[in-house]
Write a protein that binds this ligand. Structure first.
Ligand code: MLT
Length: 240
């Protein structure tokens, strides 16, 4: 599903909601937590981020802001996962606001379980789903300002594909769920060239214009981080 009023299912929240923003917010969140960050606190609003983070000890915080792919002036970081080295983030909380990814997290924050997934930590998310077997799961693509994105759909497909394979479900059992079937088909077509897919994607092209080629390469890797970012309180994700 996508983070839009039209497409996000309404009514009952799922048992488990997974936010996906491969380029780049959930890749950054996974990287920070894998690098020893204390937590990531996500905001849709920049002013609110500043207000809350000011109450946190300065030496224990980092502030990351991105709009339109670019770093927000006055913030220590933009949204490049490659900046989130252990030397920088160890023991610190990352306060982050991005154009779409942190907004998607906010939209699902009332679900009993909220996870952040990217390709780089796909296996950890799949393992959690297979172990806990939540009855209802949403995989929520952040997209771009309310619209579809190739990279988030491919990541949703990567998650679903792995769940189907490992639980030996037949594709027949997904019949009727057009979104999951098409996400799996997209992933299956591009699984050996996810970077190539990013180069076709509108946000991939935006990031290439901003010279973020290395971020694309990093985010196109699958299953490289064994980290499960899970919401502990609204907006605050820690490594489970
Ligand atoms: C977003 O939230 O839209 C993104 O993560 C944008 C980006 O920094 O690439």
């Amino acid at each position: 599903v996508y983070d839009t009023p039209e497409l996000t299912p309404t009514g009952k929240t799922p048992d488990c909601a997974i936010a996906v923003d491969v380029l780049r917010a959930t890749s950054t969140i996974a990287t920070v937590l894998a690098s020893g960050g204390e937590a990531v606190q996500a905001f849709s609003d920049l002013d609110q981020l500043i207000e809350v983070s000011e109450k946190w000890p300065a030496e224990k915080r980092l502030r990351a802001g991105e709009r339109g792919g670019a770093k927000v002036a006055g913030f220590e970081l933009g949204n490049s996962p490659l900046d989130c080295t252990p030397e920088l983030v160890q023991g610190r909380r990352l306060f982050i606001s991005t154009t779409n990814g942190t907004r998607a997290l906010q939209r699902i924050q009332d679900s009993p379980t909220v996870l952040a997934a990217a390709l780089i930590n796909r296996a950890a998310v799949v393992q959690y789903i297979l172990e806990k077997q939540p009855e209802t799961v949403w995989i929520v693509g952040s997209g771009w300002e309310g619209s579809f994105s190739l990279e988030d759909t491919a990541c949703a497909g990567a998650i679903a594909h792995s769940i189907v394979e490992q639980s030996q479900l037949s594709l027949e059992e997904l019949a009727g769920n057009d979104e999951v079937i098409s996400a799996i088909a997209l992933y299956s077509q591009w699984q050996n060239d996810l970077l190539g897919l990013f180069h076709q994607a509108s946000h991939g092209k935006r990031l290439l214009r901003l010279e973020c080629d290395e971020d694309l390469k990093y985010c196109a890797q699958t299953d490289i981080l064994d980290v499960l970012p899970m919401q502990q309180e609204p907006g605050v994700l820690k490594s489970k």
